[in-house]
Design a protein around this ligand. Structure first.
Ligand SMILES: [Fe+2]
Length: 299
């Protein structure tokens, strides 16, 4: 039985390590409902009951539609991200209770059922990624298909460029080690937090057609140098688990979507979303604070 609240040890772990795994956040039956819906959006060649078809998406079967992206090992269903049934899962009393323990009671932005999902606005700049802040619900259901075995040296972290407070990855099916689960570099949130001009955003240069040389995210050199150090001195953690298990992660956490190389083959099915406080729009104007937990309820 999952405890109702985060314990002081769990909160201290989150502050120190930048992530926290909570088992049994969602009932298995709800996970199955979500995966059933996911399969309604699958590429034609992919058969749910035939693992021999579980492989990267060929270019001619892919889609760059930001509301339903199918490319290589990524199958990302975003248009479902503001449907009420899915928001009811993501913003259940239990999960919101934990998020409020971390960020403060009645501080969270509430999603809008039937609102515009992530992807509705297209990519953040031509050829760029879709901005996860641009949603009135969750990011969506993201699947990672199996790929060939990879070298650990192929693991490279990033931090997300959009402003938010608390990330969530919730597994919707059992996910074994090396099965494409969420990979984090523990403690890196404390090292990356001070290195940006603003405490939530990363500096973004707008794209203009008549000024084509520059666009997208500009990273401070201190941050790029620190990435090298973190990748060299920190062993990443593969957050695998069972359907319904959830990972909370700090917005400056170094992470990547892990490669899915597990045998027997599996598809990593997960619900991704961000918790943001209503006050984010004021807090994001400021630079990094001497106390990086100033905006949190766990100082
Ligand atoms: Fe990311």
């Amino acid at each position: 039985m999952t405890k109702a609240v985060l314990t002081p040890d769990e909160i201290n772990f989150f502050k120190s390590e930048g992530y926290l795994i909570r088992k049994g956040a969602l009932p298995q039956s709800d996970c199955k409902t979500a995966v059933d819906r996911m399969w309604e959006s699958s590429p034609d060649f992919l058969k749910r009951d035939d693992p021999s078809t579980w492989r990267p998406i060929p270019a001619d079967e892919g889609s760059d539609d930001p509301l339903l992206t199918k490319r290589d090992t990524r199958w990302q269903y975003r248009s479902v991200g503001t449907e009420k049934w899915l928001l009811d899962l993501a913003y259940s009393q239990k999960i919101v209770g934990w998020a409020e323990q971390l960020l403060g009671k009645d501080t969270l932005r509430i999603p809008e059922p039937g609102g515009k999902p992530m992807g509705s606005w297209g990519p953040a700049w031509p050829g760029g990624p879709v901005d996860p802040q641009m949603t009135e619900g969750v990011r969506g259901i993201y699947a990672t298909l199996p790929s060939e075995a990879t070298d650990p040296l192929d693991d490279h972290l990033h931090t997300d460029g959009h402003p938010f407070h608390l990330g969530v990855v919730c597994l919707l099916e059992d996910n074994p080690p090396n099965g494409g689960g969420f990979k984090v570099w523990p403690g890196s949130h404390r090292r990356f937090y001070p290195l940006f001009p603003m405490q939530y955003d990363q500096t973004r240069v707008p794209f203009y057609e008549h000024l084509p040389s520059h666009k997208g995210i500009i990273h401070p050199q201190e941050y790029l140098d620190e990435i090298q150090r973190v990748e060299a001195d920190t062993q990443p953690v593969d957050c695998h688990g069972e359907a319904g298990d959830l990972v909370f992660w700090h917005h400056r956490m170094g992470h990547m979507a892990g490669y899915n190389t597990a045998e027997p083959k599996t598809i990593r099915q997960a619900l991704l979303y961000d918790f943001c406080k209503v006050s984010l729009d004021e807090e994001r104007l400021e630079g990094p604070q001497p106390d990086m937990w100033r905006d949190w309820a766990i100082r």
